[in-house]
Write a protein that binds this ligand. Sequence first.
Ligand code: ZN
Length: 151
Amino acid sequence: MDRFEEVFERLERSAFRRRFRLGAGEREYVRAKGMGTIREHAVAFVGERLAPAVPRNDGKQTPMRGHPVFIAQHACGCCCRGCLRKWHGIAEGRELGAEERENVVDFLMAWIGRQMEGREEKVLPTPKPTTRRTRARKSPGGETPGLPFLS
Ligand SMILES: [Zn+2]
């Protein structure tokens, strides 16, 4: 469908990247603000936090929540310069050019657009039965809660 398809497919194979999705509140925020405004935010975040040759706090400059664009950055491998290199082949240690910024913003907006369409539903990660099993094993006989006065 779009020029980002190949990277999206690679990202979808990463259990870590795949975890990031827009929740109801974030989708509502995007709807309320409109994609144009969200794009302006993305331009600002990328320009301030990602584009400098040596961004401040590089590696942890992108919060895990608080704005749909932040979530998009994690989902898209655009959260720090190390991830930009790994996922998008953009070298560290130099400022991002205008076209690179534009591409990153386009990519983030494409991801947000997909989330708004509900396209993420088909790549829902499978639930994690391991967690449940591990917890069950920790209390083998059960704790018979709630009946302390019977004996
Ligand atoms: Zn990163």
